[in-house]
Design a protein around this ligand. Structure first.
Ligand code: CUA
Length: 371
């Protein structure tokens, strides 16, 4: 069903920024071709014109030419700057998600992609999304580096152990599009792929309602927080509260005991669970135990979603805000002071391949009810 685009051998253009990437690409290809051909033609022309006609002839002395030198400086400058401006435009467009996005959580592992929608539905190696909506993927991995690559959308982003990265797109036409892993990740890397199903909103709503959706990430996070992990015993409860207050912190600056200020974004929350003593909020003791090894990446995403919801970001369908949700790329633009606060401290949980958070003997989630 995936027909070719207007260029043979190219994947279809199926996202709002696909044409931008293609135009930039073909512009650079055209410039390179014209310049390359020009050079070869000039070589051949001079080769013939200035061939040796007379033995031991002396060449004419040349003392520069302002006109010529200006021309061969300005024309390449214009080419270089147009490529730069075009590239910057595409880059900013792709790395800054718009304000109103539907957030979907992605966890990569050798060798599959796991997706979870804000309403709770889980998918493996398949992702259903509505057409014409801004979709933001918040992504991490349980083991090694992977990379989400959707050629028809002309977008890709690394998925990195111990961090959250984001990728956004707005699909322009219904269809079925290839999803690849674009980072060599071991034996079955080439098989680590799947399909993105872009559906009309009506069909997507039907699909959503037809799927059993266990707990939403927020509900799952609340369950972990209040029951399974017992976070609530310190982080809730008024006067006896020993842990930092979490209501309303998401996206805000928090002051640390060492005087630093950081933005409480997804990654800060994640690191505070795995490496609590790394960045202690001012006024609190370093008494929180680490939860490293006790929570999976998916549970961490749920906890982050729940803590976000305490700040009024409960609706996963509209988590967009002016705040950063990814400390990893260029979206760290949440601060109002104009200075860039230090990054969240990842502790030692980001060593590639160490699989720090995967507890042993865990069954894979399915599309069905999980626990
Ligand atoms: Cu995952 Cu290559």
């Amino acid at each position: 069903m995936q027909e070719n685009s207007w260029v043979p051998l190219f994947p279809e253009q199926a996202s709002t920024f696909a044409w931008q990437v293609d135009w930039l690409y073909f512009y650079m290809l055209a410039v390179s071709t014209i310049v390359g051909i020009g050079i070869v033609v000039a070589i051949i022309f001079f080769f013939v014109k200035y061939r040796e006609k007379e033995k031991y002839a002396t060449g004419a002395e040349i003392h520069g030419s302002i006109g010529l030198e200006t021309t061969w400086s300005i024309i390449p400058f214009i080419f270089a700057m147009t490529v730069f401006v075009g590239g910057a435009y595409v880059f900013y467009n792709q790395t800054r998600p718009p304000a109103d996005t539907t957030e979907i959580y992605v966890v990569g592992k050798q060798w599959m992609w796991k997706f979870q929608h804000g309403s709770g539905q889980r998918e493996i190696n398949e992702l259903h999304v509505p057409v014409g909506r801004n979709i933001k993927l918040t992504m991490t991995t349980e083991d090694v580096l992977h990379d989400v690559y959707i050629p028809a959308f002309r977008t890709k982003m690394d998925v990195i152990p111990g961090r959250y990265t984001t990728l956004w797109f707005n699909a322009t036409k219904p269809g079925k599009y290839h999803l690849y892993c674009a980072e060599y990740c071991g034996l079955n890397h080439s098989g680590m792929g799947g399909w993105i199903y872009v559906m009309e909103q009506r069909d997507f709503d039907n699909w959503l309602s037809g799927n059993v959706s266990g707990q939403t990430p927020v509900q799952a996070g609340q369950d972990l927080f209040q029951n399974k992990l017992g976070c609530a015993s310190c982080h809730e409860g008024g006067a006896s509260q020993r842990g930092a207050k979490l209501e309303g912190i998401y996206g805000k600056e928090v002051k640390l005991t060492n005087g630093q200020t950081v933005i409480a974004d997804d990654e800060y929350i994640r690191n505070s669970i795995l490496n609590p003593s790394g960045q202690i909020v001012e006024g609190y003791q370093p008494i929180m135990p680490t939860f490293k090894g006790q929570v999976t990446e998916e549970q961490l995403l749920s906890l982050v979603a729940y803590i976000k919801s305490l700040s009024g970001n409960a609706n996963q369908m509209n988590t967009g805000s002016t705040t950063s949700t990814s400390g990893s790329t260029t979206t760290n633009n949440a601060n109002t002071t104009g200075t860039i606060p230090p990054r969240a401290d990842r502790g030692d949980s980001n060593s590639a391949g160490s699989n720090p958070n995967a507890p042993p003997n865990r069954s894979e989630p399915t599309n069905q009810q999980q626990r």
